[in-house]
Design a protein around this ligand. Structure first.
Ligand code: GLY
Length: 410
């Protein structure tokens, strides 16, 4: 099968790598990255250029397109591909609203009976103040739309709230979901969906803060482990029955078939598991950890879901555990310099090094992003997976490199 993967980050590198392991597929990426170029042909089309991607997929005669990031999905790439007769493993724009609008997701969960914190939609700072009663502890403010991971605020006083309101209502306008803050351990659930049927993958956990001990600013994710420690046995089944199936059912009732990955960011609150957010694609860096534990022809599984004839029989979850440690550029998630030479990947040992922000300059691999590499180890248990990942991280060098030392521990 000829498969085109759209995107250029660690998640897309993990998807291409997994596709390359079985099935003998002819793999292409747009735009891809230097790591992906080792297993597929890369084409200079951006992941948010919908018309460009449809044209590329048509020209290649692609049997399947797998968009990695959320922006093209929310903007309707699956619909555009369908109109051209090309199967897409990724949801339609109507379904991707689950990530594109926090309020749509909240309202849909309420209709579907999926547990989530109660929330209110506010369109002015005054409405937010009224909703919270002016006391900020215990509230979360969320930008309704896509915000590249920068749209969620947990104000801890008047000064923090002022700052958040300024960012959420730039120029006075905005749509903000105000909801109660829940406490507990977080877990990421990803399900491969085909409208009605779904396969829930093992639970994982990412680490969003920049520094050890969950300190510092939020990032795109500094690492992930799978299975997530401290999660009750059978949580996949619980999530399938209580989150994934109800959401798919409610979308179908509204005339939309969800085909692609449904990601539920969940929290194990004292009152029970609750959904914090949905994403309409694989998590990043969760994909790097979770996909490392899958065996089988995942391309065939993606196509079966994209065409509404789900067949999960060709896929197996391996025993053991995996850990992905992100190596980032000094200064990330703030400003950082790029173009530093990367050494040591070739001697990294028994791990997979996923490229997230790299480029080739004058024949050398250099840094080209905030998150540069995702070093992923597997093992019989989480300890062994972490040991392998960290041993490799210590052998890879670039100027300003930093990483968290406590992935999997908090
Ligand atoms: N790791 C969270 C996300 O991909 O949005």
């Amino acid at each position: 099968m000829r498969i085109l993967v759209a995107g250029s980050g660690g998640r897309e590198h993990a998807v291409v790598n997994t596709l390359s392991r079985r099935g003998g597929h002819d793999l292409h990426a747009a735009p891809g990255n230097p790591g992906m170029a080792a297993v597929c042909e890369c084409h200079p089309v951006k992941a948010d250029d919908i018309q460009g991607l449809v044209a590329l997929a048509s020209r290649l005669g692609a049997d399947l397109v797998v968009p990695g990031p959320e922006a093209p999905l929310v903007a309707g790439i699956a619909d555009a591909l369908e109109a051209s007769g090309i199967p897409c493993f990724g949801p339609s724009a109507a379904c991707a609203r689950l990530e594109g609008s926090k309020w749509f997701a909240k309202e849909l969960m309420t209709s579907a009976g999926v547990r989530t914190a109660p929330g209110l939609l506010c369109t002015t700072p005054g409405e937010v103040r009224e909703a919270t009663g002016g006391s900020w502890d215990g509230w979360v403010l969320k930008d309704d739309g896509l915000a590249a991971g920068k749209g969620v605020f947990l104000p801890d006083g008047e000064a923090g709230a002022e700052d958040a309101l300024g960012r959420l209502f730039p120029g006075g306008g905005g749509r903000v979901v105000v909801e109660r803050r829940l406490c507990g351990r977080e877990v990421s659930i990803m399900a491969i969906c085909s409208g009605v049927e779904a396969l829930v993958l093992p639970p994982s956990r990412d680490h969003k803060r920049a520094y050890d001990g969950d300190r510092g600013p939020n990032t795109g994710g500094m690492g992930a482990v799978c299975p997530a420690p401290g999660i009750p046995d059978g949580f996949e089944d619980w999530a399938l029955s209580n989150v994934v199936r109800p959401v798919l059912g409610e979308l179908r009732r509204r005339g939309a078939d969800y085909r692609g990955v449904l990601y539920a960011g969940m929290i194990l609150a004292p009152e029970g598991p609750s959904v914090l957010e949905f994403n309409c694609r694989f998590g990043d860096p969760e994909a790097q950890a979770v996909l490392a534990l899958l065996e089988g022809d995942i391309g065939a599984v993606f196509l079966s879901c994209a065409t509404g004839k789900p067949d999960f029989s060709g896929i197996e979850v391996l025993p053991g555990a995996s850990a992905c440690v992100v190596m980032a550029s000094g200064g990330y998630p703030g400003t950082y310099a790029s173009g530093f030479r990367i050494d040591g990947i070739d001697n990294a040992g028994d791990v997979t090094v996923f490229h997230a922000g790299t480029a080739v300059s004058e024949g050398r691999l250099v840094t080209a992003g905030g998150r540069v590499l995702g070093v992923t180890g597997t093992g019989a248990g989480l300890g062994e997976a972490l040991e392998r990942a960290y041993a490799a991280v210590r052998g890879i060098t670039f100027e300003g490199a930093f990483w968290r030392e406590d992935i999997g521990a908090v």
